[in-house]
Ligand binder design. Structure first.
Ligand SMILES: [Zn+2]
Length: 460
């Protein structure tokens, strides 16, 4: 068992009624157990949480849907996903959350929590209702346009008539939003890329290769937004969570904010920890991800940030597009990685390569993530009374990623062909076996996950 202090213990887990009923010494017999699973040689982790998954459901289910994404999660050792709100229609108000908290778990093999969408102007008053409806956090896509009519996130505003464009939040909008979030005690997760910096970096010619992509999506687009967010958090006391940090300077900004005692936490993704722009030659267009993967010095700084806890959480940013959409030229195809299924293995491979410690990976994937989204202690812990969500991994199993074997709709991966050491062997969701030795039990259903409310109402 992996324990929160980074140590391990040898023990047997007893699951009953979807909870961890007991933790007993090795080889002690449990009378009248319905089922016994031998996990000798495997490491038991608290069920891994992926807080950053775009299932695209509803709206863009030709790219991905909840059934496929949740099976991919179970296959990858994930017991809980948090669904990103930029669906069509978006999870933008309490009504959408109320509906999906019932319908989504009915279709998902793993547990599911929901992000709520916040725009920064137009909808500040909905923050409190999103929190009350049970959203795990509010997501601010800083720097993106939205379609007023459909609620969809718009990658290229030129494709939309002017009166339908909801423009990106200004810094003043964000300031007001933070004030509201602080009053509602609601966590805000932020995609940090400043639109005006991106606009200023535009070259007029399409980015046909990775070096060109790095020029039009420079580091400072990310760091200027992170710096502004930190300054606004300092004065408004909003709890902010910087999503998918890709740069060394981004890590530095968060480290300093934490040293100053500010309510700032941070996430990065497996691609920023394991890949760099130099991999484009071998990986090809599957490496098109926003923000882009950058240089080795960025990767090293991100690894150090996970290792020392500056980076609290790791999410896959699973963001599939159809193979047809991804078949176009590098310049015009949409960005995003198919990543939920490989996240845990990619990180275990970094442990095998001594680039990260197992304790740091477990912290970022389980208990620290559960703490910051306030779904602990029922999630993120292997202790009596916690939900029986368990991930068992073989730290020495070596395998090669084959995109054709993935459970997502779009079978492509920036890790295709890569040999990894470390693999999930068993996924237990609320006491039910959702994956064993690579076989996914599609009839298993997860439950809705929501933050602990003030006054003590529990997630589950
Ligand atoms: Zn995302």
């Amino acid at each position: 068992l992996s324990l929160p202090d980074g140590t391990t213990a040898v023990a047997d887990l007893v699951c009953s009624d979807g909870r961890i009923g007991d933790i007993v010494g090795p080889n002690s017999r449990v009378a009248d157990a319905d089922e016994e699973i031998d996990v000798t040689g495997l490491h038991l982790l608290p069920g891994v949480i992926d807080p950053h998954v775009h299932t695209r459901d509803p709206g863009a289910t030709h790219k991905e849907d909840l059934e496929h994404a949740s099976r991919a999660a179970a296959a990858g050792g994930i017991t809980t996903i948090f669904e990103m709100p930029n669906t069509v229609p978006p999870a933008g108000d309490a009504t959408a959350i109320d509906e999906r908290r019932v319908t989504h778990p009915e279709r998902s093999v793993v547990n599911i929590g929901l992000w709520g969408l916040v725009l920064g102007h137009e909808d500040r008053s909905t923050l409190r209702s999103l929190a009350e409806a049970g959203a795990v956090a509010g997501k601010l896509f800083w720097g993106y346009f939205f379609d007023r009519q459909t609620g969809a996130l718009v990658y290229d505003p030129a494709t939309l008539p002017e009166d339908r464009r909801v423009p990106p939040a200004s810094i003043g909008d964000v300031r007001k939003l933070f004030t509201e979030a602080a009053a509602a005690n609601f966590l805000l997760g932020i995609h940090c890329e400043d639109r005006s910096v991106l606009d200023s970096a535009r070259t007029g010619t399409p980015a046909e290769d990775y070096e060109a992509l790095l020029r039009v999506r420079p580091t400072e687009a990310e760091t200027v937004a992170i710096a502004a967010a930190i300054e606004l958090a300092a004065t408004t006391s909003a709890r902010i969570h910087i999503l998918h940090i890709s740069s060394a300077r981004g890590v530095d900004l968060v480290r300093r904010a934490k040293q100053d005692g500010l309510p700032v936490t941070a996430e990065t993704c497996p691609h920023y920890l394991s890949l760099t722009a130099a991999d484009y030659e071998g990986v090809g267009s599957a490496l098109k991800i926003f923000p882009p993967v950058r240089r080795e010095l960025d990767r090293q700084a991100l690894l150090a940030g996970v290792q020392d806890g500056t980076i609290d959480s790791i999410g896959s940013d699973h963001a599939p597009h159809s193979l047809e959409e991804r078949a176009g030229s590098f310049a015009t195809q949409p960005a995003g990685a198919v990543a939920v299924e490989t996240m845990l293995s990619v990180l275990l491979d970094l442990v095998a390569a001594s680039e990260l410690s197992l304790a740091a990976v477990v912290r970022a994937l389980t208990w620290r993530t559960a703490d910051l989204y306030r779904v602990a202690p029922r999630k993120g812990r292997l202790e009596v009374g916690a939900d029986a969500d368990v991930t068992a991994v073989d730290l020495s199993s070596s395998w090669t990623v084959d995109a054709a074997e993935l459970h997502s709709k779009a079978r492509m991966s920036p890790w295709h062909g890569r040999q990894l050491v470390g693999r999930p062997k068993l996924t237990v969701v609320g006491g039910q076996v959702a994956m064993r030795d690579g076989h996914v039990f599609s009839d298993v259903r997860g439950r809705f996950v929501e933050p602990l409310r003030e006054g003590g109402r529990s997630s589950g």
